[in-house]
Design a protein. Sequence first.
Length: 256
Amino acid sequence: MTFSALSGLLPWAGLLWLWSSFFLRAHLWWNEASYYTHGWAVPFLALLLLSQRNDSAATNTEQTAARILPALLSLFLLFPLRLLAEPDPFWRLPLQLEAFALVAYTLALLRLLRGFAAARAAFPPCLVLLTALPWPALAETFLVRTLTSLVTSVTAETLLWLGHPAEASGHLIRVADQTILIDNACSGIRSFQGLLAIGIFLAAYFAPKPRPAFLIVAFSLFAAFLFNLCRALALSLLTLEASPELYEKWHDPVGH
């Protein structure tokens, strides 16, 4: 291998190392106790999507200052963010900022070395990669509470249609002398996060135009809510028609 060929591989080797080291820390969020267990599949989905992108652009040889500056700026931002996140990998803000800086550097490097078409082709895979990250704490809490409240209200209303005198009270459903708790784990947040990632992947893979892509993502989120509503309703009926013990037995097998 010639020196020029070896030097041409260095930027890509450095980019691979940056992403690998980033996900070595981000994967701590993908354990069974979190809402982001789908994160293990996200890098593979991004690679599959990247392999399908049609990049017919030749290697770019015009390296003007306007193209070099964004790559250098985003690269310089990565190092202080890495130092800030190193003591505590569960601190969300520097992890999120590092991810955005890394995406910016990836796109800037591709635009510098391969041209605008290559950078544009890499944007959807980068967007998929961002779905593996934890949301800001306030946004996550708001989403969990909203989904839990919505699931509780719709489940109680459906039970009324089925002949059970159900009443929603906070995250509780009261039916006569029985009480059913719809807690945060029953909000459907895991399904929401997972199907959001899959929806963005499918939209980028099959629907490059904005409108069909939006419809695919919207349908994925609706499906997440619908499936979790069916789960909450099924568990509620098990409690009312069978026993609380049967509810506990089937709580996890029915899904999250």
